[in-house]
Design a protein around this ligand. Structure first.
Ligand code: AMP
Length: 222
């Protein structure tokens, strides 16, 4: 199963990707998570990427394409993967196609989560992430008075530094300008499905699973 989850920041890609990774036992590759880990570990990529992440801007294509090449050609992604946060520009989408061609693999589906702009900003500024298991919550799901602990594993919850309103707005603008055009790129190739991401997590998940079931039973050329 090789899947791209697509959509604006805060559309639920990370949440759905984690559920899919558990269900299908395939790796969830989040370029945002990889970059944040690189920043924490102060690797050369992390040092290059930090300023872009803080500003809500895109890390340059050459850095991202190099990173994704390493991950996809490495052993981890052999049996399939869920890509979350890549591609984010047309050159990234083109580079990914070339990479797949080179290593002889095909995408099963590109699934786009459609969420209204106001809701994107609401979700981003409301989001809390578990430092241990990586699960994502909205502050409304958490007990108001209790200390912020992950309902899944008890880990520490935190708010991402780029989830402030100002940076969230910037990220949405960047999405609309640089990332949204990729929809047309994938629409032309016929593996693209857009679904309503405004609904609850379980509804969205059920629909994604159904799309993947259909995609698997009628493989399409890529
Ligand atoms: P995310 O966790 O997917 O919201 O990504 C967080 C940040 O990481 C983005 O705002 C960008 O600064 C950077 N980033 C993640 N993926 C990419 C990508 N494919 N291209 C460029 N920058 C990226």
């Amino acid at each position: 199963m090789r899947i791209i989850l697509f959509g604006p920041p805060g559309s639920g890609k990370g949440t759905q990707a984690k559920l899919l990774a558990e269900k299908f036992r395939i790796p969830h590759i989040s370029t945002g998570d990889l970059l944040r880990a690189a920043v924490t570990q102060q690797t050369p990529i992390g040092l290059k990427a930090k300023g872009y992440l803080d500003a809500g801007a895109l890390v340059p294509d050459d850095v991202m394409i190099g990173l994704i090449r390493e991950v996809v050609t490495g052993g981890v992604a052999k049996e399939g993967f869920i890509l979350d946060g890549f591609p984010r520009t047309i050159p990234q989408a083109e580079a990914l196609d070339r990479l797949f061609l080179e290593i002889g693999i095909r995408l099963d589906a590109v699934i786009s989560l459609r969420v209204e702009h106001d809701e994107v900003l609401r979700r981003l500024t409301d989001r809390r992430v578990c430092r241990s298991c990586g699960r994502i919550f909205s502050s409304g799901q958490l007990l108001k008075d209790a200390p912020a602990k992950c309902p899944n594993c008890g880990g520490e919850l935190f708010q991402r530094s780029d989830d402030t309103l100002a940076t969230a707005k910037k990220r949405l603008d960047v999405y609309l300008r640089d990332t949204k055009p990729i929809k047309e790129y994938y629409r032309r190739t016929g593996r693209f499905t857009q679904i309503d991401g405004m609904r609850g997590v379980t509804h969205v998940f059920d629909e994604v699973v159904e799309i993947l079931r259909k995609a698997k039973s009628s493989p399409r050329p890529v």
